[in-house]
Design a protein around this ligand. Structure first.
Ligand SMILES: Cc1cc2nc3c(=O)[nH]c(=O)nc-3n(C[C@H](O)[C@H](O)[C@H](O)COP(=O)(O)OP(=O)(O)OC[C@H]3O[C@@H](n4cnc5c(N)ncnc54)[C@H](O)[C@@H]3O)c2cc1C
Length: 326
């Protein structure tokens, strides 16, 4: 029998994380290259309902691992349980989300299984009959192709890289429920809470004007705020570099480790377009990017590309707009 593709489902506060369905999309692509059946594994305390939800939505077989010590995520438990379970399922490839959880347990799990570990995968393709993976390097300025030389291969999949899988099936997949009582020895999870402070208004905004490091200095945020003010339901956001510099509050960061936004219009100013930033804004309705570098990666996902210095272009644009209004 062909070896399986395993998807480790991610969930938080009794909800399946959307990235789980992107992992399934990645698994379906791997299957196109001749890999075997897909099996979803979900771990947690009282996990049966979520397991059935995945089985009903995807029609795939789901193995639910129930552990009373998994009220909160614990990497040590994940590595131990999966280290024992996965060899039984004879995986060719194990798909894990490239998120805080995935980074935490995927490399240690790979060591336990004697597996290859390819992180931050954005694309899978076939070359000379072997499956290869593309991942960003140097903060997304370059991409690297890799071919795994061992079996199984653990991959962590970059959120936003695979379009959420849609399923036509009406037949739920089987759910296999297992119970373990493994107790962590090295660390205890004390619980998780939302890090969000007051609302940034990013999720409600129709238009988001986002500032990158290319704005040069904090004072230039005024230009960005003036541009945002042209639109009635707008908000100002920023890249991680801008939030790291404390030019904007952390709750205004867009991207993998910030907010995922879907405004009607997203204007990215002085943003290079790292994969981590794109992951948070690529589903916007219409994307405009302003950047002095004609090769900036953000232009690859933009509907309108403006190759200009934002500190001169944006004020001229606002003035022209005001003149035309008058
Ligand atoms: C695990 C991890 C998670 C991350 N999560 C996030 C995340 O959630 N969100 C995020 O944004 N990043 C995230 N990052 C960081 C990300 O990799 C990039 O470093 C960051 O997005 C770069 O920010 P930037 O585009 O503002 O700056 P830069 O990469 O420095 O780009 C500045 C851009 O401005 C342009 N520019 C310069 N001057 C001007 C001018 N006068 N006019 C117009 N254009 C100009 C330049 O050509 C350049 O393209 C993460 C990184 C890691 C490793």
């Amino acid at each position: 029998m062909a070896k399986r593709i395993i998807v480790i489902a991610e969930h938080f506060q009794s909800k399946i994380a959307p990235v789980t369905f992107e992992l399934l999309a990645c698994a379906l692509e791997l299957q196109r290259f001749g890999q075997g059946p897909i099996n979803v594994v979900v771990l947690g305390d009282r996990i049966e309902d979520l397991a059935h939800e995945i089985a009903v939505t995807s029609g795939m077989e789901v193995t639910a691992i129930q552990n009373p010590n998994l009220k909160n995520y614990n990497g040590e438990i994940y590595k131990n349980i999966l280290g024992e379970l996965l060899p039984e399922l004879s995986p060719a490839c194990v798909c894990i989300a490239h998120t805080g959880q995935g980074w935490d347990f995927a490399p240690g799990l790979a060591i336990r299984l004697g597996a290859a570990c390819v992180t931050g995968v954005e694309r899978v393709f076939e070359e000379e009959g072997r499956i290869c993976f593309t991942r960003p390097i140097f903060s997304g300025k370059l991409v690297a192709d890799l071919r795994s030389a061992s079996d199984p291969t653990i991959i962590t999949v970059q959120p936003g890289s695979f379009k959420t899988a849609s399923f036509e099936t009406r037949t739920p997949g089987p759910v296999i429920l297992r119970t373990t009582s493994y107790q962590p020895r090295q660390s205890r999870s004390l619980g998780a809470k939302s890090a969000k402070e007051e609302s940034s208004g990013l999720t409600e905004a129709d238009v988001i004007v986002s500032a990158g490091k290319g704005i040069g200095r904090k004072e230039n945020l005024k230009i960005i705020e003036r541009l945002a003010a042209l639109f009635p339901k707008s908000a100002v956001a920023g890249s991680r570099s801008v939030c790291d510099s404390k030019w904007l509050d952390r709750n205004r960061q867009v991207g993998l480790t910030g907010a995922t936004v879907t405004p009607k219009l997203y204007i990215g100013t002085g943003i290079s377009g790292s994969t981590q930033h794109i992951a948070g804004m690529r589903s916007s309705g219409f994307i405009v990017a302003i950047n002095t570098d004609p090769n900036a990666a953000i232009f690859n996902v933009s509907d309108v590309c403006v190759v200009e210095d934002l500190t001169t272009f944006v004020p001229v644009f606002i003035d022209e707009h005001e003149k035309s209004k008058a």
